[in-house]
Ligand binder design. Sequence first.
Ligand code: CA
Length: 221
Amino acid sequence: MRALIVEDERKVGQFVERALSEQSYSTRLVRTIAEAKDALAEAPYDVVILDLGLPDGDGLDLLREWRRNRFLEPVIILSARDAVADRIQGLNLGADDYLPKPFSIDELLARIRSVVRRQSGAKSTVLSHGAIRLDLLGRVATLNGNPVELTSREFALLELFLQNPGRVLTRTLISEKVWEACYDLETNLIDVYVRRLRKKFETSPERPLIKTVRGTGYQLV
Ligand code: CA
């Protein structure tokens, strides 16, 4: 489980980070809106803990932008703003929960478990993108309704892309998620698999499916 903590108060951030690490989450702590944008553009998270008063802006604006860009990670707002209007606004913008400061860490952990559970329960078992459909239970991929044969790694890679449309997936993230590799993959292995997916799913060169982002990774477009 990966958690992103967006919190500018060092003590609070480290406190939450420590508590989540003890629950075996891998965490990333950032202190500004700019850093949070970069973090979420780089990699998906299972949950985001979001403070609202940040040095370079308002967490609510950040949440609005994320949702507009189809970043669908569960977000729990953790804020000293306790007005009902703030809570409602946060939830309306797509936050999954709202916890006023001061908070109890046990309550935060319970709420994180709850939104993560809800999210995984609600996860669709069929992903689609344009003419592509991927049935995760039946393990079947189709293009325009016609079945396409995929190896299990090709399937896993396509699933990762379909879960993150528009997001640049770094090579490190792809190798972690698809190959579960902490070591450096043979450098061109990912390219080989991306090439195979392109061959199987790109219907014409004018309509690319997977864009190469030089020096970084790949993006489903
Ligand atoms: Ca703050």
